[in-house]
Design a protein around this ligand. Structure first.
Ligand code: ZN
Length: 264
């Protein structure tokens, strides 16, 4: 795969500004797990992917991958080898986050895990008596979106995979109307130069927020935002709905020890 520069200016998916600039070019086959393991997980060099930064809101995205079809994502990224890019995705993360959610969910709350893959997080919650369902527009594309609204919508490590951010946030706002939405995606550090491990194409990380772009997209869907950490964020109609939840700290990914230049 080789990136071709587009002749027309790129319009930011968040703020519509048309002055995005190149910030990073990274080999398609580099994954976040390379930075945790300190070695390549996929041996072949399949060309590089361009990331651009919006000069208006600081959002980073990979324009070429934003144009891919779901079929191309399934073939190139979410295939049998995807586990190598993100080993905790299969079991460790969903069960750990389910245990975290179970600590603060109140009796009678209806929970939707949005983008929960094969549904392990919701299944784990049901096993301890919590009314939880999973719906993933990518995995469950043949089945109906659950009807109604939920007291709690969770959406862990989904945002960074989705090209259409406005549509995603509108959907989360609609599903959690009246309730709260807890989501995770790593927000880029304020002062950032050079490579960033979370911007790894092989994971499908194609939409990466700054604090500014995240605030902006939440405002656009009419929700208040509170950051629990750089990874975990809460949205609701009013700040008081967020304040009513007593949320303990949770780590989603942690920070890898290795740098890219040490592992190529
Ligand atoms: Zn922007």
């Amino acid at each position: 795969m080789h990136m071709h520069e587009r002749a027309s200016p790129l319009s930011c998916p968040i703020c519509r500004a048309a002055d995005a600039r190149e910030v990073l070019r990274k080999e398609f086959n580099i994954s976040c797990n390379c930075y945790f393991e300190g070695r390549r997980q996929y041996p072949t060099n399949e060309g590089s992917v361009l990331y651009v930064e919006c000069q208006g809101c600081g959002f980073w995205w990979a324009p070429e991958l934003h144009g891919w079809s779901p079929q191309t994502f399934k073939r190139r990224i979410y295939n049998e080898e995807y586990r190598l890019a993100d080993p905790p995705f299969v079991f460790e993360r969903p069960t750990r986050l389910a245990a975290w959610v179970a600590r603060f969910v109140r009796p009678g709350m209806r929970v939707l895990d949005y983008g929960g893959g094969e549904g392990l997080l919701a299944r784990t919650l049901r096993e301890v008596g919590i009314d939880a369902v999973s719906w993933d527009p990518f995995y469950d594309d043949a089945s109906e979106k659950p009807a109604g609204s939920f007291d709690l919508v969770t959406c862990f490590e989904v945002v960074e995979h989705v090209p259409d951010q406005r549509r995603l946030f509108f959907e989360l706002a609609s599903l959690s109307r009246g309730g709260v939405c807890i989501f995770s995606t790593l927000v880029r550090p304020e002062r950032h130069e050079g490579d960033w491990w979370y911007a790894s194409p092989r994971n499908g990380h194609i939409s990466l927020h700054s604090a500014n772009s995240m605030r902006r997209v939440c405002e656009d869907v009419g929700l208040a935002l509170r950051d629990l950490s750089s990874e975990v964020h809460v949205m609701a109609r009013t700040p008081s709905q967020i304040a009513q939840l007593d949320l303990p700290y949770v780590m989603v990914n942690g920070t890898p020890e290795h740098r890219l230049d040490g592992l190529l």
